[in-house]
Design a binder for this molecule. Structure first.
Ligand code: BGC
Length: 366
């Protein structure tokens, strides 16, 4: 694991400008026009579709030419789409990787062609050819999820011991380890004291991982856990889930196994991404109780600003130089703040901010 908790942090509020080696129009380089390729990883989760569109609009509003592809979970397609963007002459690539270690080869070609690469939300590993990274504080996402469980179950008031199970994200996504680490560090003292018990004893990232971030896979694993470890009078009190799609799979399993949403003994279930369908359940009290909102408008805006700075020959702003080691270097990063969302504050954070309308939430669809 390449985790060093904000080693050389500039301070989450303070921004620094960073010189990106080889970036910017040098004296001999042709003038940059902002021609950008956007490569998104999947269309099964709401955010990537919305953000791809948003980035495209942002760049077009600046007068930049744009190529935009969604690789729909197929690693080979993402590689060939990026290759084709390089062949068509993009100057910048904005990439959310499906698999964090699969892009080294094609990014070497990008570097040879003078293309500057920004890792979007997910860090790309094991390559020197990534220049910048913009994401949310992924460790903090896990902290928020675990804190929700701790508070909902009244653990600080001495309401333990409770039984919980852990789910983590896809192993090919570098973010998964940060989400998991943030949650485990937050739960650690309760685990140590015996106030939190994990009946399955599956406490490592690997056995808890969810391939493809898939709700179906999560549902199958939850069925198995309930079947093996929650027989007779063993009750489940909470499930740590890293993403709304996974949370809905977990809830489906709980319901199929006799837990009743809305009842006091329905397990606390966390989530992430503020997807409409999950917000509907949070609002109506029919499933998960929390999600972590990452205002993707801000992330798309941050990356747009990075490209704009480079086009204009300025140094892009970053606020973290010491957390995200990709195996070759600490990639200069700009980290944004994730926010905890529950039934109590969804209106203010999601609706009033214009992220989703109440109608979209009621319909469960963005
Ligand atoms: C993102 C999360 C998202 C997950 C599944 C992660 O890389 O940071 O926001 O829930 O992928 O799409």
């Amino acid at each position: 694991m390449h985790l060093s908790r904000r080693g050389l942090l500039y301070g989450s509020a303070g921004l620094a400008a960073v010189s990106v080696a080889g970036c910017g129009a040098g004296e001999d380089s042709p003038e940059l026009t902002g021609f950008t390729g956007i490569s998104m990883p999947t269309d099964t989760s709401e955010r990537w579709v919305i953000e791809g569109r948003l980035l495209e609009e942002n760049f077009k509003a600046l007068g930049y030419e744009v190529l935009h592809e969604n690789a729909k979970d197929v690693v080979e397609d993402q590689i060939s789409q990026i290759q084709s963007m390089i062949d068509q002459g993009v100057e910048f690539l904005v990439i959310a990787a499906i698999d964090n270690t699969s892009l080294g080869g094609v990014l070497a070609k990008a570097k040879n062609a003078g293309v500057q690469v920004i890792a979007y939300d997910r860090l790309i590993l094991e390559t020197p050819d990534v220049d910048l990274y913009a994401t949310f504080d992924n460790y903090q996402v896990g902290v928020l999820q675990a804190t929700h469980i701790i508070e909902r179950l009244g653990l600080p008031e001495g309401n333990g011991p409770v039984n919980i199970e852990l789910f983590s994200g896809d192993l090919g996504d570098n973010n998964s380890q940060y989400f998991f680490m943030g949650a485990m560090d937050t739960l650690e003292s309760y685990l140590y004291e015996g106030d939190v018990v994990i009946p399955s004893a599956q406490t490592e990232q690997e056995p808890t991982a969810t391939q493809g971030w898939s709700g179906d896979n999560a549902q199958v694993r939850m069925d198995t856990l309930l079947d093996e470890f929650y027989k007779e009078d063993v009750e489940l009190h909470a499930v740590l889930s890293p993403y709304d799609g996974i949370s809905r799979g977990i809830v489906a399993s709980l319901v199929a196994n006799g837990y009743e949403p809305g009842e006091d003994d329905f397990p606390v279930v966390t989530g992430q991404d503020a997807e409409a369908e999950s917000l509907k359940a949070i609002k109506e009290g029919t499933g998960q109780t929390e999600t972590v909102f990452k205002d993707t408008r801000l992330l798309a805006g941050t990356v747009t600003e990075m490209v704009k700075a480079l086009v204009e020959g300025r140094d892009p702003e970053v606020n973290d130089l010491g957390t995200y080691d990709n195996g070759f270097k600490y990639v200069p990063s700009n980290l944004l703040d994730p926010v905890d969302v529950t039934a109590e504050n969804y209106q203010e954070l999601i609706v009033d901010s214009g992220y989703l309308t109440e109608e979209q939430i009621d319909a469960g669809q963005a």
